[in-house]
Design a protein around this ligand. Structure first.
Ligand SMILES: [Zn+2]
Length: 343
C-alpha cells in the first residue's frame, strides 16, 4: 500500500516537475515543420528567398510551379550551407509573390534546416502584389485573415507562419494602403506575438511605421526594419537602435562593401545587438527558362573574414547570426512600454 502511495507521489511530483519546466520555457520560434524553443546558439539566415514570382497578384498561379524542378535547382545551394551549420532559414517571400508552404516543407524535410514562412502582404511597387480583395478590406479584416493563418494554418495546410511580412513604398506619409498593412500587422502582433518584418528601405518610411505601432501599443522591438542598408545616413541606425527596433542589413548576396562599412559603424557605436544580417538571395523565378540562383554563403565565405580583419570577434558574429535573430523571431507580444518589455 505504502509502495503504491510512494509511487503515486513520485509520479505526481514528476508531473508537477515537468509542468514547471514547460511553463518556464522561453518564447518559441515557429518553423514550417513545427515550433522550437528560442535558443541563442543556432545559426540563422534571417532574410532569404527560395522562390519569387513577379508575375503579379492577378496572374499568379502557384499550382503551376514544378516542385521537383525547383528542388533540383535549389538543393546545391542548401548543400553548401551544411558546412556552416545553418539551423534556421527565414524565407521572406510573401503570399502573391511566391509563398508556397508545401514547397518549403519539402525543402525543410530534405535539408534538415528549419525554414520559417510568413503571413502578411507586400505593398511596395505600388500594390501590384496585393490582390484586389485586400485593397477593399479594413486593417482589422486583413489582420483576422493573418491571425487565422497563424491559428489554423496557411492554404489549407497545418503549416503556420513564423512572422508577419509586409512591405511599403518608401515615402512619408505612407500610401494609405500601406498604412493599413502596418495596422493589420500591429493587430496581428498583439494577437499572436508574431514579429513584423517590413520591407522598408530608407529610414524615411521607417518612422511613420513606428508611429503607427506606437499608437497601437506595439513596441519597436516587435519590428524588423528590412533593407535598412538602403539608408545613407548612419545616424538613423543609432536612432532606430535606441528605440529598440531590429535593423536588417540583408543585401549581402548582392553587395559587400556597403554592408562592411555599416557593420563597422554599428560596432563602433555599440549597436551590434540590434542588427540582423542576411543575403536576400536565392530567387528561383518560375517565369524564367534559365535560373540564376544567388548563393546564401557570402556571410560565411566573404563577410566574416573581412570583418575579422577589422577586429570583429566570434562573439560579434554570434550576435549577428545567432543571438539577435533568435530574439527577433521569438513569438512574444511586445507592448509599447519599456517597463514590461525586454528581449
Ligand atoms: Zn527580400
Amino acid at each position: 500500500m505504502n509502495k503504491i502511495l510512494i509511487t503515486k507521489s513520485i509520479i505526481f511530483l514528476l508531473v508537477i516537475g515537468f509542468g514547471c519546466t514547460s511553463s518556464e520555457k522561453g518564447p518559441l520560434i515557429q518553423g514550417v515543420k513545427g515550433s522550437y524553443e528560442s535558443i541563442p546558439d543556432k545559426t540563422w539566415l534571417s532574410h532569404e528567398h527560395i522562390l519569387v514570382d513577379f508575375i503579379g497578384a492577378d496572374s499568379i498561379q502557384p499550382d503551376t510551379w514544378d516542385h521537383d524542378a525547383i528542388i533540383k535547382e535549389v538543393m546545391p545551394y542548401f548543400e553548401e550551407l551544411k558546412e556552416f551549420d545553418v539551423d534556421y532559414f527565414v524565407d521572406a517571400t510573401p503570399a502573391y509573390l511566391g509563398r508556397d508552404v508545401l514547397l518549403l516543407e519539402k525543402i525543410a524535410d530534405k535539408t534538415g534546416i528549419n525554414i520559417l514562412t510568413n503571413t502578411g502582404l507586400y505593398g511596395a511597387r505600388n500594390n501590384q502584389f496585393i490582390p484586389q480583395y485586400a485593397l477593399k478590406m479594413t486593417a482589422e479584416d486583413l489582420a483576422e485573415m493573418w491571425i487565422d493563418e497563424y491559428m489554423n494554418g496557411i492554404d489549407n495546410t497545418s503549416i503556420k507562419p513564423g512572422f508577419v511580412k509586409i512591405s511599403v513604398d518608401n515615402s512619408d506619409p505612407l500610401h494609405t494602403m500601406h498604412q493599413k498593412l502596418v495596422k493589420a500587422a500591429a493587430h496581428t502582433h498583439l494577437e499572436t506575438g508574431l514579429t513584423i518584418a517590413s520591407h522598408t528601405g530608407k529610414a524615411q518610411a521607417l518612422w511613420p511605421q513606428l508611429r503607427i505601432l506606437k499608437d497601437m501599443g506595439v513596441s519597436p522591438g516587435a519590428f524588423i526594419w528590412v533593407h535598412a542598408q538602403a539608408e545613407e545616413n548612419n545616424e538613423n541606425y543609432l536612432k532606430a537602435a535606441e528605440m529598440g527596433c531590429w535593423i536588417s542589413l540583408d543585401g549581402l548576396g548582392w553587395d559587400l562593401e556597403n554592408h562592411i562599412g555599416k557593420l563597422l559603424f554599428a560596432k563602433r557605436n555599440g549597436i551590434l545587438n540590434r542588427i540582423l544580417i542576411s543575403h536576400d538571395a536565392g530567387w528561383y523565378d518560375p517565369q524564367k527558362e534559365n535560373q540564376t540562383i544567388k548563393p546564401f554563403t557570402n556571410i560565411f565565405k566573404k563577410l566574416y573574414p573581412a570583418l575579422k580583419s577589422h577586429g570583429f570577434t566570434e562573439d560579434d558574429f554570434k550576435l549577428l547570426t545567432s543571438v539577435n535573430p533568435s530574439k527577433a523571431f521569438s513569438i512574444k507580444v511586445k507592448n509599447h512600454s519599456l517597463d514590461n518589455y525586454q528581449d
